[in-house]
Design a protein around this ligand. Structure first.
Ligand code: HEM
Length: 511
C-alpha cells in the first residue's frame, strides 16, 4: 500500500516537473523570440519600434488571429494604439490604422514601401500577377489591364451580368427551401467571372468541379507557408495546379474558336491590349492573369453581395426607399428578362442606390487591408517602421475608427447623400478599394455588379431570413457570415406580390 502511494507521489512529482519545464521552456523561447525581433530595429533611427507582441516562436500570433476574428485587430489596437507589431503567417508585421497613417503607406508605394503579400498568397497567385508585380512591370501591367475596365468594356458586360443575375434570382426564388446566400453568391460571382468576364464556355459539370477546386484554393491563400502533407499550403498548391490545367485548356479552346460571340470579354481585351502595348502575353502569363482576375472578382464580390442582401433584410425601410427610387427612374421592372434595358448612365443616375452600395462597403468591407514591405526606415505615429519589415494597412479598422463618420456602427446609407457627404472630409477615411497606385483595378466592375444585383433583388424578389437571428460574421479568409446566410426567396408578380414556389402554392391551396 505504502509502496503504491510512493509510486503515485513520484508520478505526480514527475508530471509537475515536466509541466514546470515545459512552461519555463515556453516562457524562455517566447522571451528570446521577442528579443530576436527587437534586435532588428534600425539602430540609426532614435524612435522606438511599435508596441505589440510577436507571439510564440515561428507561429507568432497566427492562432490568435484565426481564433479571435474581428476582435484580433481591435483588441490589440485598443491596447497598443493605431500602429502595433505582431507576427502573422510566418512573418513579422506592423499593422496600421487611421487615415493619416494609411495615407503615408499608400502614397509611399515604390519609394517607402512596395507590395508584398504573405508568402502563401504570393506563391499561390503566381509571379505574373498585377498584385505581385512592382515598379515598371506593375505600371505596364496596369496599363494593359485597365482596358478591361474601361467605360466601353463595362457597358458591353452589363447585359450579360444582368442576365446571369436574373437567372440566378429566378432559380433562388423557385427553390422550395431556404438558400445559403453566401455559398450561392460565391457560385454566382464565380460563374460571372468565368462566363462573362473571361468568356469561357466550360461545360456545367466541369464548371462545378472547377468551383470546388477554386474554393480550396481561396481557403488556403492565407495559410502558414509550410509545404507538408495535409498542410493548408500544400492543399493550396495542389488546387493551383489543377486550376492552371483547367484554365490552360479553356484558354486554348477559346483562342481557337472566337466566332459567334456578340461582345468582347475581358480575356479578348487583355490579349488585344497586350499586343497594342507591344508585348504579347505568354500562356503562363495568361493563366496567372486569369487566375488573379477570378480570385480578385470572385471572393470579394461574393462577400459584398452577401452583406448587401443581409443589410436589405435587416433594414426593410432602406429596401423600400430603394424601390421608390427605381420606380421613379423607371428602372423597377416586373421580372421580364429585359436584357439591354440597363445602361451605365442609368445606373449612375441612381443616387440612393450608390449610397446603399457605399454603406455596405464601409461597414462590411470585404478586404481587410493590403500588405507591403518596407524599403527604407520611416516614421509613423512616433514610431520607426524598420526597413525589411512588413506592413499591413487596415481598411476595416480605418473605417471603424474614422472620426468623419457619425454613429460609425450604424448602417445609414444617407451618410453618403449629397446633403451629408460624410466621406468628403479626408480621402483616406473611406477606402474599401484601397488607394494610391494600387487602387483596385476592378472597382467599377464590382460596383456595377452590386448595383445590378440590388436592382434585380428590388424588382423581382421578396426575401425573408430563414433563421431566428442573423449569423455572426467572420473575417478569414474574407468577411462572410459564419455558416452562410439562410434566406427564403420568393418571386414577385407584376403587382409586386409574392409568387409562392410551386410546392408551397400547392400546399397553401390544400390547407
Ligand atoms: C467588392 C469587390 C472588391 C473589393 C472590395 C476589392 C478590393 C481591393 C483592394 C482593397 C485592393 C488593393 C489592395 C492593396 O492595396 O494591395 C484591390 C486590388 C486589386 N483588385 Fe480589387 N476588389 C474588388 C473587386 C475586384 C474585381 C471585380 C476585380 C477584377 C475583376 C479586382 C481586381 C483587382 C486587382 C487586379 C488588384 C491589384 C491592383 C494592383 O496591385 O495594382 N478587384 N482590390
Amino acid at each position: 500500500m505504502l509502496f503504491e502511494g510512493l509510486e503515485l507521489v513520484s508520478a505526480l512529482a514527475t508530471l509537475a516537473a515536466c509541466l514546470v519545464s515545459v512552461t519555463l521552456l515556453l516562457a524562455v523561447s517566447h522571451q528570446l523570440w521577442q528579443l530576436r525581433w527587437a534586435a532588428t530595429r534600425d539602430k540609426s533611427c532614435k524612435l522606438p519600434i511599435p508596441k505589440g507582441s510577436m507571439g510564440f516562436p515561428l507561429i507568432g500570433e497566427t492562432g490568435h488571429w484565426l481564433l479571435q476574428g474581428p476582435g484580433f485587430q481591435s483588441s490589440r489596437r485598443e491596447k497598443y494604439g493605431n500602429v502595433f507589431k505582431t507576427h502573422l503567417l510566418g512573418r513579422p508585421l506592423i499593422r496600421v490604422t487611421g487615415a493619416e497613417n494609411v495615407r503615408k503607406i499608400l502614397m509611399g508605394e515604390h519609394h517607402l514601401v512596395s507590395t508584398e503579400w504573405p508568402r502563401s498568397t504570393r506563391m499561390l497567385l503566381g509571379p505574373n500577377t498585377v498584385s505581385n508585380s512592382i515598379g515598371d512591370i506593375h505600371r505596364n501591367k496596369r496599363r494593359v489591364y485597365s482596358k478591361i475596365f474601361s467605360h466601353e468594356a463595362l457597358e458591353s458586360y452589363l447585359p450579360k451580368i444582368q442576365l446571369v443575375i436574373q437567372d440566378t434570382l429566378r432559380a433562388w426564388s423557385s427553390h422550395p427551401e431556404a438558400i445559403n446566400v453566401y455559398q450561392e453568391a460565391q457560385k454566382l460571382t464565380f460563374r460571372m467571372a468565368i462566363r462573362v468576364l473571361l468568356g469561357f464556355s466550360i461545360p456545367e459539370e466541369e464548371l462545378g468541379h472547377l468551383f470546388e477546386v477554386y474554393q480550396k484554393f481561396v481557403e488556403n491563400v492565407f495559410s502558414l507557408p509550410v509545404d507538408l502533407p495535409f498542410s493548408g499550403y500544400r492543399r493550396g498548391i495542389q488546387a493551383r495546379q489543377t486550376l492552371q490545367k483547367g484554365l490552360e485548356k479553356a484558354i486554348r479552346e477559346k483562342l481557337q474558336c472566337t466566332q459567334g460571340k456578340d461582345y468582347s470579354d475581358a480575356l479578348d481585351i487583355l490579349i488585344q491590349s497586350s499586343k497594342e502595348h507591344g508585348k504579347e502575353m505568354t500562356m503562363q502569363e495568361l493563366k496567372d492573369g486569369t487566375l488573379e482576375l477570378i480570385f480578385a472578382a470572385y471572393a470579394t464580390t461574393a462577400s459584398a453581395s452577401t452583406s448587401l442582401i443581409m443589410q436589405l433584410l435587416k433594414h426593410p425601410a432602406v429596401l423600400e426607399k430603394l424601390r421608390e427610387e427605381l420606380r421613379a427612374q423607371g428602372v423597377l421592372h416586373s421580372g421580364c428578362p429585359c436584357e439591354g434595358a440597363l445602361h451605365l448612365d442609368t445606373l449612375s443616375g441612381l443616387h440612393y442606390l450608390d449610397c446603399v452600395i457605399k454603406e455596405v462597403m464601409r461597414l462590411f468591407t470585404p478586404v481587410s487591408g493590403g500588405y507591403r514591405t518596407v524599403l527604407q526606415t520611416f516614421e509613423l505615429d512616433g514610431f520607426q517602421i524598420p526597413k525589411g519589415w512588413s506592413v499591413m494597412y487596415s481598411i476595416r479598422d480605418t473605417h471603424d475608427t474614422a472620426p468623419v463618420f457619425k454613429d460609425v456602427n450604424v448602417f445609414d446609407p444617407d451618410r453618403f447623400s449629397q446633403a451629408r457627404s460624410e466621406d468628403k472630409d479626408g480621402r483616406f477615411h473611406y477606402l474599401p478599394f484601397g488607394g494610391g497606385v494600387r487602387t483596385c483595378l476592378g472597382k467599377h466592375l464590382a460596383k456595377l455588379f452590386l448595383k445590378v444585383l440590388a436592382v434585380e433583388l428590388a424588382s423581382t424578389s421578396r426575401f425573408e431570413l430563414a433563421t431566428r437571428t442573423f449569423p455572426r460574421i467572420t473575417l478569414v479568409p474574407i468577411l462572410h457570415p459564419v455558416d452562410g446566410l439562410s434566406v427564403k426567396f420568393f418571386g414577385l408578380d407584376s403587382n409586386q406580390n409574392k409568387i409562392l414556389p410551386e410546392t408551397e402554392a400547392m400546399l397553401s391551396a390544400t390547407v
